[in-house]
Design a binder for this molecule. Structure first.
Ligand SMILES: Nc1nc2c(ncn2[C@@H]2O[C@H](COP(=O)(O)OP(=O)(O)OP(=O)(O)O)[C@@H](O)[C@H]2O)c(=O)[nH]1
Ligand SMILES: [Mg+2]
Length: 390
């Protein structure tokens, strides 16, 4: 302001990007559609000493069990294990100080102000260890693999002989942006499975971890066990493996309804929650939504953790290294920041930056590293010649 002195307010800081483990998110699929996550910028400072507004941090939800790795080296940066665990992935830029802040007896009319800091911009690789929310249990050839291939992204082997599935298949059932859960297709169970018969017993532990169970009963099994006999046998096997499994929320579902229905079996079919056909997709969407609601309910009963872990990078100091061509390079966020936010074409500003670098210990670090008169020193995108005490 002419005659009035400096009156520029500070700029607001930009938001940081955090990754936060959240039990309602089960997959990383959203990152395939939308890999860039950008926190908002702060707003500019204005005259009349008005400060700009800082932007809020952007909290990006990831599933529990997400491992964050360096995109290039594959180094594990953080393991977000439990709901609420969070990690500072990229720090927002700090707002620049308005020229009001540079007013002093020495500098009565500072014509310069700091630039806002350039924010961090990084790529990471996210990986996830899946745990099933829903487990499909049923006799061999009941149609478990066909069902999971219809409602999820899993592509298991399907065939008309028993024990086609030898190891569990996991699939993500995605109903819309925020509604998703993990389904496990397990090898078929038979009578005696809990004593080790057939394939399924090795996988009963997967069932133990699932929040919700589906008993898939083959309605087309004309020359095998009736749906009722299948149901009884499944309950028997699960109960003798672990009685708690009988308390688990469960949907009793008849499969292959395009061939035969519950009505065709009369008393030989237990009461079903749903009849489905994976072939003509009768009720498969309905089943997914019902399962999602049960899973959501179970998730809501789980106690909210309050002891989550916050991971943030350690404060950085100043380090001096030799650049690729032999020049010196100062690295460390505070020093890089001091240079990046200042208008180095303004002599008074330059003076201010030099002061700041000295305070940060840059000069000391350069001396310690052995920099000699006239050698080139770089900080971020700025380069200068080193002269002792200048
Ligand atoms: N008509 C009809 N056939 C089906 C349906 N679902 C599955 N099938 C058939 O049933 C047979 C067995 O299907 P799978 O999905 O492999 O059965 P599974 O339960 O995974 O069997 P295992 O892996 O051996 O335990 C295949 O020939 C499927 O094509 C359905 O809704 N209708
Ligand atoms: Mg199968």
């Amino acid at each position: 302001m002419p005659f009035g002195g400096p009156d520029g307010g500070d700029g607001g800081s930009g938001g940081s990007v955090w990754l936060v483990a959240d039990s309602s998110v089960v997959s990383l699929l959203a990152f395939r559609d939308y890999p860039h996550r950008i926190a908002d910028s702060g707003t500019h400072g204005k005259g009349a000493k008005k400060h700009g507004k800082s932007a809020p941090d952007l909290l990006v939800k990831v599933p529990e069990g997400t491992v964050v790795k360096d995109h290039e080296t594959g180094e594990v940066l953080v393991d977000l294990v439990n709901h609420g665990d969070r990690w500072l992935a990229a720090q927002g830029g700090e707002g620049g100080k308005g020229n009001t802040k540079f007013f002093s007896n020495k500098r009565r009319a500072p014509a310069f102000a700091e630039q806002g800091e350039i924010c961090e911009d990084k790529w990471f690789r996210l990986e996830l260890k899946l745990l099933a929310d829903v487990a499909l249990v049923g006799f061999p050839s009941a149609g478990k693999s066909t069902l999971i291939s219809t409602v999820s992204n899993a592509t298991p082997k399907i065939a008309d002989y028993h024990f086609t599935t030898l190891t569990p298949n996991l699939g993500v059932v995605r109903l819309d942006g925020d509604s998703e859960f993990v389904m496990a297709d397990l090898p078929g169970l038979i009578e005696g499975a809990s004593e080790g018969k057939g394939m399924g017993h090795q996988f009963l532990r997967h069932i133990e971890r699932a929040r919700v169970l589906v008993y898939l009963l083959d309605l087309a099994a004309v020359d095998a066990l009736s749906p009722k006999a299948q149901f009884d046998a499944l309950q028997q096997e699960l109960g003798s493996y672990n009685p708690d499994l009988l308390e688990r929320p469960v949907l009793v579902v008849g499969s292959k309804a395009d061939v035969l229905s519950a009505a065709d079996w009369g008393k030989d079919c237990p009461k079903l929650d749903l009849e489905i056909s994976s072939v003509d997709r009768t009720n498969t969407k309905e089943l997914s939504w019902k399962l999602f609601e049960l899973v959501q309910h179970e998730r809501s009963l789980e106690p909210e953790r309050t002891d989550y872990i916050v991971h943030r990078p350690a404060a950085e100091g100043v380090e001096v290294i030799r650049d690729f061509d032999g020049a010196w390079r100062v690295i460390g966020r505070p020093a890089e920041r001091a240079v990046a936010i200042s208008d180095l074409t303004d002599v008074i500003a330059l003076d201010y930056v030099q002061d700041k670098l000295k305070k940060l210990g840059v000069e000391k670090a350069l001396k310690r590293a052995g920099v000699r008169e006239g050698e080139e020193v770089r900080i971020a995108s700025f380069a200068f010649e080193y002269h002792h005490d200048l």
